[in-house]
Design a protein around this ligand. Structure first.
Ligand SMILES: [Zn+2]
Ligand SMILES: [Zn+2]
Length: 179
């Protein structure tokens, strides 16, 4: 089993290799990264956002068409929303192994601050690892520093560490060994 990371053409360039490498060592899974072959769906012009569920549908259809069973994480630059949430950093559909993360609200520029690639790599890594954790079968965790904690703000995301807490780590080891 390995995790496919698809990188949208307009996602921050040059960051896909470090993101892929850090996620791989953080979760202890193999990752490969490539240009995104999935059709971009769900853009809502009036909101200037993508409906994350429509994008997950598109990933699901792509996986089905190409017979891909391994989990797929798509990284996009457009802002995402879902029904009931004005925005989401990312979203996973565990049962089909599809997930999406947006870099839109992860950059310093979005908040009027000076851009910094290290910050961006750090945040995409945390969000990506979180959604992959869901695809592998992990639920949300209450420990603020754990990757599986659900952040509502950038501050909460920044406060997380690039690690699973001992409980989530043990749970993942159990899942991966029963594979
Ligand atoms: Zn989550
Ligand atoms: Zn945890």
């Amino acid at each position: 089993m390995h995790v496919h990371i698809f990188w949208d053409a307009l996602s921050p360039p040059g960051l896909q290799m470090p993101v892929s490498r850090i996620i791989s060592s953080l979760l202890g899974v193999l990752t490969t990264v490539s240009d995104n072959p999935v059709r971009m769906m769900g853009y809502v012009t009036a909101r200037k956002q993508i409906d994350a569920q429509a994008l997950l549908d598109s990933i699901q259809a792509y996986k089905h068409r190409h017979g891909i069973d391994d989990p797929v994480l798509l990284v996009v630059h457009q802002d995402l929303f879902r029904d009931g949430n004005s925005f989401v950093f990312g979203l996973a559909r565990q049962q089909v192994g599809a997930a999406v993360v947006s870099s839109a609200r992860l950059s310093n520029e979005y908040y009027g601050l000076r851009s910094n690639d290290d910050d961006l790599i750090d945040r995409i890594t945390k969000e990506g690892a979180h959604e992959i954790g869901h695809m592998l079968g992990l639920d949300h965790c209450e420990k603020h520093e754990c990757i599986m904690f659900k952040p509502d703000t950038l501050d909460e995301l920044d406060r997380k560490k690039k690690m699973l807490c001992p409980d989530c780590s043990a749970r993942l080891a159990e899942i991966l060994s029963s594979d």
